[in-house]
Design a protein around this ligand. Structure first.
Ligand code: FAD
Length: 294
């Protein structure tokens, strides 16, 4: 398919990029890895008249396992770079588990973490991780810079809460302090295919093994990236036993509202969401205490 005509600019600073987007408003759009935007343009789903390529903007590709359980990822960090960062994966294997499910290696070589998070696809792995790992993003636009919590980023289907002309610049993911574990489980028809359903789970426990922090985020669990709050509440204040996990599985099945299509019914996805939540929660539990101190 042929792309429609558009003008192209490649700014060399964040300020220039913001100015270019403002100058081309309302039909200018940022271009990161192009792995979602260019196919969408080719299919006529979006018709920007100007693309503002972020590839030459310096300082947007940070990748750091910082202190206090925080992972800092620049918006333009390539998904493959995250997946191949040994220190980061040693500290939080769940990130690599999720990242490795995104499309194929060539897609991840080009695709960026910021692009995926801005794209707000409810079936995408990165927004799911953002919610499970208490993530937040920094954004810069004509009005200045601000921080947006992951839980506030997806108010509507396929829409990130970014103002017109606002650019996502940095993503931060966090594990709770103290003993904690996280895991991601997904089912797809084959490697590289879109997820049917996926679940990211995080558990943190106090010194006697009681869960004080629980996160369960479901990919394709609804029309936006979502957290399964009821399942999280089930896990809190008790040991993460198999009985607790079984109750959380039931809670997930109650609270998801997944899409159905010709290939997979909503009912099948609902059932699968519970099954994968169980697997992710058990894997997260089994990792508690096994990670390095951040
Ligand atoms: P782009 O395509 O460049 O941009 C995506 C959107 O985000 C656009 O609207 C763009 O304007 C906006 N944007 C980009 N960067 C910023 C920014 N810094 N600030 C504000 N807005 C911004 N994804 C999955 O999650 N799971 C999959 O299994 C999967 N499979 C794929 C298979 C194939 C064959 C292909 C081609 C893609 C697949 N993708 C999948 C999508 C892929 O992960 C994309 O890379 C990702 O969704 C978008 O990242 P990008 O850097 O390519 O962004």
């Amino acid at each position: 398919m042929k792309l429609p005509a558009f003008s192209y600019v490649a700014p060399t600073s964040l300020g220039e990029a913001v100015e270019a987007l403002a100058a081309g408003a309302p039909d200018a759009q940022p271009l990161a890895g192009g792995q979602s935007l260019l196919p969408a343009m080719a299919l006529g789903m979006v018709r920007p008249t100007m693309l503002v390529d972020l590839g030459l903007v310096p300082g947007l590709d940070a990748l750091e396992a910082a202190g206090h359980g925080t992972v800092v990822i620049g918006a333009m960090a390539r998904q493959r770079a995250v997946e191949r960062h040994p220190e980061l994966l040693r500290r939080c294997p769940a990130i690599g588990e999720a990242a490795g499910h995104v499309g194929s290696v060539p897609v991840r070589n080009r695709g960026t973490v910021g692009g995926s998070i801005a794209n707000a696809d409810p079936g995408a792995e990165w927004p799911c991780l953002l919610l499970a790992l208490d993530g937040e993003v920094d954004a810069t636009g004509p009005e200045g810079s601000r921080t947006i919590r992951g839980v506030d980023l997806y108010p509507a289907p396929f829409a990130a809460a970014l103002a017109p002309g606002e650019l996502l610049t940095e993503v931060r993911l966090r594990l709770p302090a103290g003993p904690a574990g996280a895991a991601f489980r997904e089912l797809a028809l084959r490697s590289g295919a879109s997820a049917i359903v996926g679940v990211a789970a995080v558990l943190g426990t106090d010194p006697v093994g009681t869960v004080h922090h629980a996160r369960v985020a479901v990919l394709n669990g609804g029309s936006t990236p979502m957290r399964a709050d009821a399942a999280e509440r089930v896990m809190l204040g008790r040991a993460p036993t198999d009985d607790a996990v079984d109750e959380a599985i039931a809670a997930v099945r109650d609270e998801v509202d997944p899409p159905g299509d010709r290939s997979f019914s909503a009912g099948y996805r609902r059932h699968l969401a519970g099954t994968l939540a169980g697997r992710a929660l058990r894997a997260a539990r089994d990792r508690i205490g096994g990670r390095a101190a951040w």
